[in-house]
Design a protein around this ligand. Sequence first.
Ligand SMILES: Cc1cc2nc3c(=O)[nH]c(=O)nc-3n(C[C@H](O)[C@H](O)[C@H](O)COP(=O)(O)OP(=O)(O)OC[C@H]3O[C@@H](n4cnc5c(N)ncnc54)[C@H](O)[C@@H]3O)c2cc1C
Length: 595
Amino acid sequence: MTCIETDVLIVGAGPAGASLGCFLTQYGVTGLIISKASSTARTPRAHYTNNATFECLRDAGLERECRSVATSKELIKFYRFCHTIAGEEISRSYYAGNDPNREGEYKKSTPCEQADLPQSILEPILLRVATQNGFKLRWDYEFLTCREDTATSKVHSTIKDLLSGQELTVISNYLCGADGARSVVAREVQLPFHDTPGGGFAVNVWFEADLSHLMAHSPGLIHMLIKPDKPQPDYCAIAITRQVTPFSEWVISMLAKPGIDEVTATQDEIIDHVRDLIGDAGVQIKVKGFSTWSIRDCYAEQYSRGRVFCLGDAVHRHPPFNGLGSNTCIQDAYNLAWKIGYIQKGLASPSLLESFNAERQPVGRAVVRRTNETGKIHAQLFSLMGVFEPDLTKKRKILDRLEEDTEEGAEVRASFQQIIEKLDAERHGFGVEMNQLYRSDAVWADDEPNPPPSFSNPEDSDLHYLESTYPGFRLPHAWLRASKATPNDPMISTHDLAGKGHFTIFTGIGGKAKWAHAAEKVRKELSVDIPVYSIGGEDYRDVFYSWSKKKGISEKGAVLVRPDRFVAWRHNGDELDTKSCGERLVKIISRILGR
Ligand SMILES: Cc1cc2nc3c(=O)[nH]c(=O)nc-3n(C[C@H](O)[C@H](O)[C@H](O)COP(=O)(O)OP(=O)(O)OC[C@H]3O[C@@H](n4cnc5c(N)ncnc54)[C@H](O)[C@@H]3O)c2cc1C
């Protein structure tokens, strides 16, 4: 059998596999990406791309390009419940950081705006970067089996060329299973799953239709359509419409009635239903594709076994509410990439990779929980609107209660408003998007006198982002100015100084000399480069006094940030002399890197 040797074999070229390949090349790591498909995603499933993902793309130098092909936040402003796209509107809310009450919270906490970036557009960008920087990519290759050779610490995978039928062996240092919700890699290495049966079934119709005449005042990420005047087919209790290209290309996801798990209708019948859902007979539609998917409530309890690491939908499967799927895939990849990168460069021990599971598994579990909870809130709303009522007269009556001048009407209105407001956890779930707190050996919290900060009301943790430099938190963003900047120089974020494959230290006036000395000691003893920036005057000015409120240390202290822009350690530094700073930093970097 033909045998190929490579550093990393990535199975899957979706958001998880493509971004892992892309991020690994930032560390000079290359390998082979295979996909059993013949191309990138043809249908635009994932689209909402959140701030945390854009931060990863920014670090990889891709933010500008991605933003240039994405739909801006302004054009995904609303989340509407209506009869049809052209028809009566029942409710409208702000979405995606567009709520005037929330906009400032987003703006002050991240250098990156969210946007609508369909995966069919993002995947080719990521794969282009991966392949231009050394990754090989093979379509029509299927992963079959794997085994780890304990003598050589290599993974032997059998893959099949689907065109010739020939089987090949790939020997790699790492096997990364980014092979989606039916992951064969996860099954092969017997990852344990927590799987709650139930879920539901949905049909996607992807089509072109010029709806610009309806969107001037209603641009939205989501238009939920309930079409109360006609019996709904079994495959469509409710329809979720979203734009792919404003306002000419769309996807309607039709959520089937409970208990339905297949479509028996013909494609023509489904297309007629799409026309009904648009609600404007004058609109021409051209269907581009159909697909089906099911709602899952499932996560792996463990993401890795030996040298096999799974990420993305391979380890977390959940409904698309909150738009977290692809975002979480890309952030899994971002977490994994620097660790493999440091090990491959000989800067870290393989034990660093234990932190991948410790850090990302709780994130996946939380995402599965949040999205399924959001699904349950939607179900409450659907019931209140009579979505599942088969009798049209009764259905209309249920809806009419929303406007009735009766005690019951007032109660229904109050419940409706309450549920709509609860759904803010989906529309503005900034917390679930940003609040990942990593606890692992790749973070040093032993010097902290207190437990990590948290919200007094746990519900806030999905809604709001809690910024902190407590070890394990995302580096807080603050806009800075270089000390010698001219008026024409742009502002720079703390995120722009961190990342780029490096650990980074932020200190303040009076701290630079000793932390630079400490960083030099680390460079000499461990060959790890750590740029040190003084914020306050020497290197950068904290012009908005934003960093001073977020930094959580004294001026001479240090915040040590990992290459993935999460805080590794912080110290007030006042009581440490130059020599102790160096010794302490060497000890901490050694522990984090498992050396
Ligand atoms: C309707 C809908 C809307 C969504 N909206 C959003 C959204 O707005 N935002 C968001 O973040 N997420 C969204 N998602 C979720 C998102 O689409 C998924 O989370 C994401 O595509 C998963 O990426 P992945 O790379 O893990 O897997 P996939 O995208 O499924 O890719 C799997 C890859 O593995 C390959 N593969 C599979 N098996 C093998 C094998 N045995 N051998 C070789 N190759 C194999 C496939 O060919 C493919 O390349 C949505 C999902 C749906 C259904």
